[in-house]
Write a protein that binds this ligand. Structure first.
Ligand SMILES: [Zn+2]
Ligand SMILES: [Zn+2]
Ligand SMILES: [Zn+2]
Ligand SMILES: [Zn+2]
Ligand SMILES: [Zn+2]
Ligand SMILES: [Zn+2]
Ligand SMILES: [Zn+2]
Length: 598
């Protein structure tokens, strides 16, 4: 954010109406209480959202206009409007044409505060650095007939142009000059008078007067891109094909900044480093981890390509769904975990759950010192593979959830038709999947963190390791339950509903009193099934949300000194989350309000 004080910056936007100013105000205030760092997002109405488009959205779709209070989405037009407003403000403040204002602003990375400081304290220097004549004009015309110094033709008075200096050229020569400069890329934004000894800046007013339509448009595009790419407040969304920009309004609390943002289309990225969103771990950890993976690419691809076998019957198994709960083919039907190949029953209770923990002792085995030394190399590889496999698997599981989201509308419509329930009451499906995708991403990055910080003696002590692994394991266990319920139980429910529909179609044909009664009975059962499923899935979604909030909190708390007080607070936070048995008792229609209990 450089020196761009928000309080100062907001005064420049008064032209856009009170609305905007108020919004900035509340944004900044809200940030001070650190609230915006939990998983919760606040829905803010986007003034530019077309009402019609809103209505067209399927009722089950989760409203993606959700905007975190720390940032906001901007369309290309909105970015341009913001740039124009900044430029106009500077022009007005210093009584200079917009073209000059833009060149000056760009020189100070589009920071109004910085430019204001420099112009007031040493305007001559700012002018010299940019080639802007502060008292001058961006374009001048010849008062007398002159010979053009490029083409040597004579032109009558008023038909030639200069960049405010005394070097006049004909419009045709200027057009060629601008064309060449624009063809040279973004450097055209700082080009000067063709006279080699002259430093007068060629700015937008002159370009607009002499250039062809195509070159004018390209110049405008470079200028817009500069506003985003050379400024510090706005970044383009790196999502494929995405044209949105994100404006960062304020940082949050915490010692280490984690600046995850998400555009309206659901592309998450880190505002600081531009990588995919990686809360709760730092940009530095992400960079180290990405480099490590590139270095170990052979091992990494081996891990991913490695075929696994059912631990009971040894048949090769393939994973094609999101959750880690595997069930072998009949007649084996052994249930186990894809990651550790341990029995799934161990994954159901927190007492036995240690799928996430790397056990160095197990890897080293009981061995002599000599053998241990030889195995040291293998052990470090083994350790890396433990974390890499989990990091990669949760990334894949997230993608699987995102892919499944495409089919949710159809699923909701099918259920809605079967049990005569409005689709609006089935939005719990989309909410569950949103939660799954978010949690998979959070969980994934905790494994990159784990590789560097857990059990290495680098970050805190055994106490911290236990705390992080405990929070991670609990969150992971809840997530697997949620994902399993969203995937497999939904499939089972749909199959059951289809069976009932078919049965009812048969019963319909024989119109006896008995058949009619049976049909009603079946229809009632179907409604009960859907309602029970809704209750369970919405409940699991809410519980998962709480556990992941605790996980994020554990990470953020741990960044400061780890002491018994912090550990106790984290333990208390986990304890306040609803217990296992209450999972299904949560009111399904109020999943987002469970937060009150934490
Ligand atoms: Zn000429
Ligand atoms: Zn000149
Ligand atoms: Zn995007
Ligand atoms: Zn980052
Ligand atoms: Zn098997
Ligand atoms: Zn496992
Ligand atoms: Zn599953």
């Amino acid at each position: 954010m450089a020196s761009d004080g928000e309080d100062d910056a907001q005064s420049y936007y008064t032209d856009e109406g009170d609305d905007y100013t108020d919004e900035v105000d509340s944004n900044v205030d809200d940030d001070d209480d650190g609230e915006s760092w939990d998983l919760e997002e606040e829905e803010v109405d986007d003034d530019d959202d077309d009402e019609e488009a809103k209505k067209k959205k399927a009722a089950t779709a989760v409203d993606l206009t959700k905007i975190d209070r720390r940032y906001r989405n901007l369309s290309e037009e909105q970015v341009r409007a913001r740039q124009d407003a900044d430029t106009a403000n500077v022009g007005e403040l210093f009584a200079i044409p917009p073209g000059f204002a833009a060149v000056l602003l760009r020189h100070y990375k589009w920071s109004l505060v910085e430019l204001q400081d420099r112009l007031f304290s040493d305007g001559d220097r700012a002018g010299a650095a940019t080639g802007v004549a502060l008292g001058g004009a961006p374009v001048s015309r010849n008062g007398l007939p002159l010979v053009c110094a490029i083409c040597f033709d004579e032109h009558p008075a008023g038909e030639m142009r200069s960049a405010g200096c005394s070097h006049f050229y004909c419009v045709g020569c200027w057009r060629g000059y601008v064309h060449a400069a624009v063809g040279d890329g973004a450097r055209c934004l700082s080009f000067r008078c063709p006279d080699p000894a002259c430093s007068a800046a060629v700015v937008r007013e002159l370009v607009d007067e002499v250039a062809g339509d195509a070159d004018r448009a390209r110049y405008a595009t470079f200028l817009l891109r500069s506003y985003v790419e050379e400024g510090t407040r706005i970044k383009w969304c790196p999502g494929p094909g995405c044209t949105l920009a994100i404006e960062f309004v304020g940082g949050g609390g915490g010692e280490e900044k984690q600046d995850d943002v998400e555009c309206k289309h659901g592309h998450g990225f880190c505002f600081r480093c531009g990588e995919e969103a990686h809360r709760p771990v730092s940009c530095e950890t992400v960079r180290a981890w990405t480099d490590k993976n590139a270095m170990e690419s052979e091992t990494a691809s081996w891990v991913l390509a490695n075929t696994k076998h059912c631990p009971k019957c040894r048949l090769p198994i393939e994973k094609n769904r999101g959750c880690m709960h595997m069930t072998c083919r009949p007649p084996c039907l052994h249930e186990f975990c894809w990651l550790c190949l341990g029995p799934w029953s161990d994954h159901r209770s927190s007492e036995y759950y240690n799928c996430n923990v790397y056990d160095a002792a197990k890897a080293n085995g009981e061995a002599s010192d000599d053998k241990r030394r030889r195995e040291q190399g293998m052990a470090s590889l083994d350790r890396y593979m433990h974390f890499y496999e989990r990091w990669a698997a949760h990334g894949k599981a997230r993608q699987s959830a995102v892919d499944d989201m495409a089919g949710l509308d159809a699923c909701a419509e099918k259920l809605s038709a079967a049990v005569a329930m409005p689709v609006t009451e089935l939005c719990f499906l989309a909410e569950a999947y949103q939660q799954i995708a978010e949690c998979r991403r959070l969980l994934r990055w905790t494994y990159a963190y784990g590789y560097y910080h857990l059990g290495t003696g680098l970050d805190g002590d055994e106490e911290r390791r236990t705390m992080v692994e405990c929070a991670q394991g609990e969150a992971e266990r809840q997530l697997e339950k949620l994902h399993d319920c969203a995937e497999h139980e939904r499939e089972e429910l749909l199959a059951e509903v289809e069976r009932t529909i078919k049965l009812n179609a048969i019963l319909k044909d024989n119109d006896g009193e008995e058949s009619k009664k049976k049909m009603e009975e079946k229809a009632g059962e179907m409604v009960d099934m859907v309602v029970a499923y809704r209750q369970k899935l919405a409940g699991l979604t809410g519980v998962c949300k709480i556990f992941f909030r605790n996980l994020v909190k554990t990470f953020q708390d741990g960044l400061s000194e780890v002491g018994p007080a912090v550990a106790a607070a984290a333990a208390a936070a986990v304890a306040t989350a609803p217990a296992e048995s209450s999972d299904d008792a949560v009111d399904p229609l109020q999943p987002l309000h469970q937060d009150d209990s934490s």
